[in-house]
Ligand binder design. Structure first.
Ligand code: ADP
Ligand code: MG
Length: 353
């Protein structure tokens, strides 16, 4: 073994290489040899001092401030719609998370960091992400396309010569992709995901029941009893929610919401996701489409946990739908696997730039 390869083996073992899923709703970090070491909302709270943005909190603590922060504090999700809305804030967030997991590990040398970015990220955005990761102390950075990471993380052998379809339903976007031989044959991203579901709940309650609720309450309702179609018998689960009455001078009011209400409220965003899947099927070359009929479709991302989204999609397409085992972790685990199996999977990582 040549001396430099002994060295690279040694430094590879000693440095805690990392994989990051920079999601619109959540950021996860996977450390080689340790697994998922960070799982936090992609949220930043800051205030401006002499025109400079000073970060106050990042992640879970910042998310708690959404809808509650005083006017002097901005609480933002820098990647909210799948694009970087604010580069400076996005960079602070990335650095903050890397530093948090990397406090001690710098002793072992600088890590290689693979980042999975929302599909459809522009060259400028990719550059910004690489630069942030490098300036946070990485030795080398690589990027991976999200649908590929999601597929690997959900257990699909992506290098097989078989067509597979992966639907990743995140916070800001839904990405539908068809892969074959480890590459993307078709991909489409729509700006509809978990956030649109929360917004749909807010606007349904305002429109149909003159009740104003916040984003955080809407997300709670969705997680507790979100459903993609009306329950077959009765009105399903129910939950008492509190909001402001738009009819009576804005006084607080309670409302008993059931799953029929929820299904009606979510019909619009669910319809957009269904159409994106149909479009992908229609655009898939026939031989690959036939593989997808055999293998079914893999659903990943937090939105895949919406009850009956899978059965609704199955009825619509006639295809088998599988919800990944840990939908929220697929992307980071898939990105992490490229660190462990760097030889076989090196072609899916983009080190250029
Ligand atoms: P991203 O990759 O864009 O960060 P995630 O894959 O982390 O997104 O998914 C986050 C989204 O999943 C959020 O909108 C969240 O509300 C939603 N979500 C989480 N749990 C559930 C659930 N049980 N039912 C429906 N949606 C859920
Ligand atoms: Mg994601």
């Amino acid at each position: 073994m040549a001396q430099d390869s002994i060295f690279s083996l040694f430094s590879g073992m000693m440095s805690y290489d990392m994989a990051i899923d920079l999601g619109t709703a959540n950021t996860l970090v996977y450390m080689r040899g340790k697994g998922v070491v960070l799982d936090e909302p992609s949220v930043v709270a800051y205030h401006s001092v002499n025109g400079r943005k000073e970060v106050l909190s990042v992640g879970t603590n910042a998310k708690k401030m959404i809808g509650r922060a005083p006017g002097t504090i901005q609480v933002v999700r820098p990647l909210r719609d799948g694009v970087i809305a604010d580069f400076q804030v996005a960079e602070s967030m990335i650095k903050h998370f890397i530093k948090r997991v990397y406090k001690r590990s710098f002793l072992f040398g600088k890590p290689k960091v693979i980042v999975c970015v929302p599909y459809g990220a522009t060259e400028v955005e990719k550059r910004a992400i690489r630069d942030s990761v490098l300036s946070a102390g990485a030795r080398r950075t690589g990027l991976i396309a999200e649908p590929i990471a999601a597929a690997i993380g959900s257990g699909i052998a992506i290098t097989d010569p078989k067509g597979v379809m992966v639907v990743d339903i995140g916070g800001g976007t839904t990405e539908v992709a068809v892969l074959s031989f480890g590459d993307i044959v078709y991909a489409k991203s729509v700006r509809v995901g978990g956030d649109s579901m929360d917004e749909a709940l807010v606007s349904y309650l305002r429109r149909e029941h003159q009740l104003l609720i916040g984003e955080a309450t809407a997300e709670k309702v969705k997680k507790a009893m979100g459903i993609a179609k009306r329950p077959l018998n009765g009105s399903g689960k129910q939950l008492t929610i509190r909001g402001r009455d738009l009819g009576k001078g804005g006084k607080p009011r309670e409302f008993i919401m059931n799953q029929t209400h929820v299904a009606d409220a979510l019909s619009l965003p669910v319809g957009v996701i269904q159409r994106a899947v149909m479009e992908a099927l229609e655009s898939t070359p026939p031989d690959l489409a036939s593989d997808i009929v055999d293998n079914g479709v893999m659903l990943t991302g937090g939105g895949a946990m919406l009850s009956h989204l899978d059965t609704g999609l199955c009825e619509l397409t006639g295809l088998t739908m599988t919800v990944a085992e840990e939908p929220l972790k697929c992307v980071v685990v898939g990105t992490g696997k490229t660190l462990d199996q760097s030889e076989e999977l090196s072609h899916v990582i983009d080190y250029s730039g």
